[in-house]
Ligand binder design. Structure first.
Ligand SMILES: Cc1cc2nc3c(=O)[nH]c(=O)nc-3n(C[C@H](O)[C@H](O)[C@H](O)COP(=O)(O)OP(=O)(O)OC[C@H]3O[C@@H](n4cnc5c(N)ncnc54)[C@H](O)[C@@H]3O)c2cc1C
Ligand code: FES
Length: 278
């Protein structure tokens, strides 16, 4: 069992949990992920590592409560336990000394992006950071990202804070030369940023949240096409160069279980589903 040491509501339906596991914390790097199973009947949910505290022996992850399992997870509190946590899984993000790096985070993904940004800053990169959210109320980790940024921008889909949408990035890209870019967010945001960086041939690393089951290369559920080749997001990624990613195929594959996911979420909401506490 893995104990939840702290739980923080970052925004409506977006939470940060800190899990006790010195073992996972010691091995974790920015860009890697965990797979959580809440109880013995639970589905496996992949969540990106948002930070570690080596003194406390904890690993943190931020999640958006969007479906049955993440809504169940949102009902747990500090002191409760989760049955299984596997990790760290996947490859670490590239955090070398590139020069000037553009970082774009969308919604809940701003939390794990901060973990990547801290490592890039440590390696003496200049960081131009964009924190984005659907509305001003959905923004998370804005202050943290601002603290490591040499230049900082905010964007919301509805324009309630900062720039309206990500179109302003076209001007940012025109005005300065970047050596590397990192984008973490929903697929629509990854695709949009890559469309803007492609004309500059800017290597734009994107974290692909394809549907995953085992997370260890056994099931093939997380197949993505990158550079015309089939890759497993869990083993070969989850970070890939977005210039080579077939985003249209990724979107189609992510929607495969949509009717079942909607039904499970509806039943969960109606029954007020919980999880066994340990
Ligand atoms: C490597 C990886 C890292 C991830 N990191 C994070 C993270 O740090 N924070 C976070 O909030 N979410 C993250 N996700 C997405 C998260 O795993 C899903 O939101 C979660 O599995 C949904 O489970 P559910 O049962 O609550 O909802 P479901 O009912 O299974 O799905 C609800 C909605 O979420 C979408 N969804 C389901 N599974 C995924 C998935 N694997 N990726 C993207 N969308 C999905 C569905 O299309 C549906 O619209 C990550 C996914 C992967 C593969
Ligand atoms: S999740 Fe099974 S192969 Fe990647």
């Amino acid at each position: 069992m893995y104990k939840i040491v702290t739980k923080t509501e970052l925004a409506p339906n977006i939470y940060l949990i800190e899990l006790a596991s010195a073992d996972i914390a010691n091995k974790s790097n920015p860009g890697q992920f965990l797979i959580l199973r809440l109880d013995d009947k639970g589905e496996r949910v992949p969540l990106t590592i948002a930070g570690v505290d080596l003194n406390k022996g904890t690993v943190s992850t931020a999640f958006h409560a969007v479906g049955r399992t993440t809504k169940k997870l949102a009902k747990l509190n500090a002191g409760d336990s989760i049955m299984d946590v596997s990790g760290p899984l996947g490859n670490p993000a590239e955090v070398g000394n590139f020069g000037k790096v553009l970082l774009v985070g969308g919604g809940v993904w701003c939390a794990p992006l901060y973990y990547v940004a801290q490592a890039l800053k440590k390696n003496n990169n200049k960081l131009v950071v964009v924190a984005a959210g659907r509305t001003q109320n959905d923004m998370v980790y804005e202050n943290e990202l601002k603290s490591v940024a040499d230049e900082f921008h905010v964007a919301t889909d509805d324009g309630s804070k900062g720039n309206e949408g990500l179109d302003f990035l076209a001007d940012v890209l025109k005005a300065q030369k970047f050596d590397h870019a990192v984008v973490m967010g929903p697929v629509s945001a990854l695709k949009k940023v890559v469309e803007m960086t492609k004309p500059y041939g800017l290597n734009t690393m994107v974290t692909l949240a394809s549907l995953m089951v085992d997370g260890t290369g056994m099931c093939g559920a997380c197949r993505v096409t990158v550079g015309g080749e089939t890759k497993f997001a869990c083993m070969d990624g989850p970070e890939f160069n977005g210039l080579d990613v077939d985003f249209d195929e990724l979107v189609l594959r992510q929607r495969v279980y949509l009717p079942e996911e909607r039904m499970a979420s509806m039943i969960h909401d109606k029954l007020g589903g919980g999880v066994k506490r340990g």
